[in-house]
Write a protein that binds this ligand. Structure first.
Ligand code: LLP
Length: 427
């Protein structure tokens, strides 16, 4: 967890606010974010690249600064998007919904890249009208669809081809994306053909190249390999007269959930800039998890302690519908009592009220807890709220942003009536 989460005065705090105060005011389960941690993560990324690029010999004068396009899917709360927008961030979107959020949060569409394998004609149209920076194209039919839609609007669409560098990032199979067997991107071998096809399209303008090899990556070598493979293409394209303006390396840099040792942003920046050298293109990145993952936690209360013949269960008021990463990926999230007790620890599975055996948040944890205690499920800022659902007709959690000693409710807890508002009975 980020340093903005600390144990002071006998209770876990986010910045200067004890978590009991959050629970008292907003109830549980509640996602709690730290403004300082979010700002710090963004600034660290930006300054790591400024430093590393500053040391590249003979970097062309006036070479553009890298563009960070925060991956909205990691956490799309408007307050978070707005914080990043205020620091100059761009955004990586994958739907018209995410584009609408960026605009509503004051983000600049001209700093938006649009990724995803299934962009609808309507989504392409909305993004063209908004004037986004680039469409990251993932297939030939998508290229043709964009050419048609741009033609209908009398516009020229800026495009980049998402290339699959076929490197293995050694992460969970569900979040590996850059292998030939994945549905994403275009094979390295086919990429030139796509660029040639794009060059022949009147309503497309080739501006870049991109890749995204996976998520929660904890090694640096796959990035260096991927970038080398991409740069080979940049050179081949240049030889054909196709000169690119940007190279987008996607996101994926991992964070620490338990004992992982992901590369620091400084090492990452140093490696990327070493491989990239003094090329004139603008570097673009699409980090999601790294920006928000350790800047948020899920606050929950113990409803019951249920001893069993094989294991003990701590049944809490958050569930797989609030945080599905454990159920989906067997992901590990640290569990921290908000007010630690002394005494003999017991082994617990921390589970939710949802009617599924897969509804667990943590397994085999030694905890000293009692009914009514508050627990913090750590490192839940990324892919927590954004993947939540209303399964079991459970209202989604509230979201609260801590800023120093202040608490801001940045999303109200859903009300039960809202959940079936759009439904109707048969006549
Ligand atoms: N760019 C593209 C094209 C992506 O598909 C993704 C994530 C990102 C950027 C941001 O990746 P990040 O920096 O956050 O790793 N739900 C999973 C993670 C899925 C990631 C999907 N794509 C999880 O909870 O671990």
């Amino acid at each position: 967890m980020d340093a903005m989460f600390n144990l002071r005065g006998g209770a876990l705090r986010v910045e200067d606010v004890p978590l009991q105060a959050v629970a008292e005011r907003f109830g549980t389960p509640t996602y709690v974010y730290s403004r300082a941690a979010l700002t710090g993560a963004y600034r660290a990324f930006e300054s790591a690249f400024a430093d590393a690029l500053g040391q590249v010999p003979s970097r062309p004068a006036g070479a553009p600064a890298p563009l960070v396009c925060y991956a909205v899917k990691a956490n799309p709360n408007l307050a978070i998007l707005n914080l990043f927008a205020r620091m100059g961030s761009g955004f990586d979107i994958v739907s018209a919904g995410e584009l609408a959020r960026v605009v509503a949060a004051g983000g600049d569409p001209s700093r938006v890249v649009f990724s995803g394998v299934g962009k609808s004609a309507e989504e392409l149209k909305l993004a063209l009208e908004a004037g986004i920076l680039c469409f990251n194209i993932e297939s030939i039919p998508e290229l043709h669809r964009l050419e048609r839609v741009a033609g209908e609007l009398g516009k020229v669409a800026p495009v980049s081809i998402r290339v699959n560098p076929d490197v293995n990032p050694n992460t969970h199979p569900y979040i590996t994306t850059g292998l030939n067997e994945n549905k994403f991107g275009v094979n390295h071998a086919d990429a030139l053909g796509l660029y040639r096809a794009a060059r022949g399209c009147r309503h497309l303008r080739i501006t870049g190249i991109d890749c995204h090899i996976g998520s929660q990556i904890t090694e640096i070598a796959p990035y260096a390999d991927a970038l080398e493979r991409i740069l080979e293409l940049v050179d081949l394209l240049a030889a054909e007269g196709i000169v690119l303006e940007h190279v987008d390396l996607g996101g994926g840099l991992g964070i620490r959930y338990s004992d992982e040792c992901p590369p620091s942003v400084d090492d990452y920046a140093a490696t990327i800039t070493r491989v990239f050298g003094n090329r004139p293109q603008r570097l673009v990145f699409e980090p999601g998890r790294l920006m928000v993952g350790n800047a948020g936690l899920l606050l929950t209360r113990v409803e019951y302690l249920k001893p069993g013949p094989v294991k003990n269960f701590a049944i809490v008021d958050a569930a797989m519908n609030d945080l599905m990463r454990p159920a989906l990926y067997e992901a590990y999230h640290e569990v921290l009592p908000v007010v630690p007790r002394t005494g003999d620890a017991q082994w617990y599975d921390v589970v939710g009220p949802v009617c599924e055996s897969g509804d667990w948040l943590a397994r085999n944890r030694a905890l000293v807890i009692a009914e009514g205690d508050l627990l913090a499920i750590a490192s839940a800022g990324a892919y927590g709220m954004s993947m939540s659902s209303n399964y079991n007709t459970r209202p989604r959690a509230a979201e609260v942003m801590i800023d120093g000693a202040d608490m801001h409710e940045v999303r109200a807890r859903e009300r039960i009536e809202q959940l079936f508002e759009g439904e109707s009975l048969l006549p």
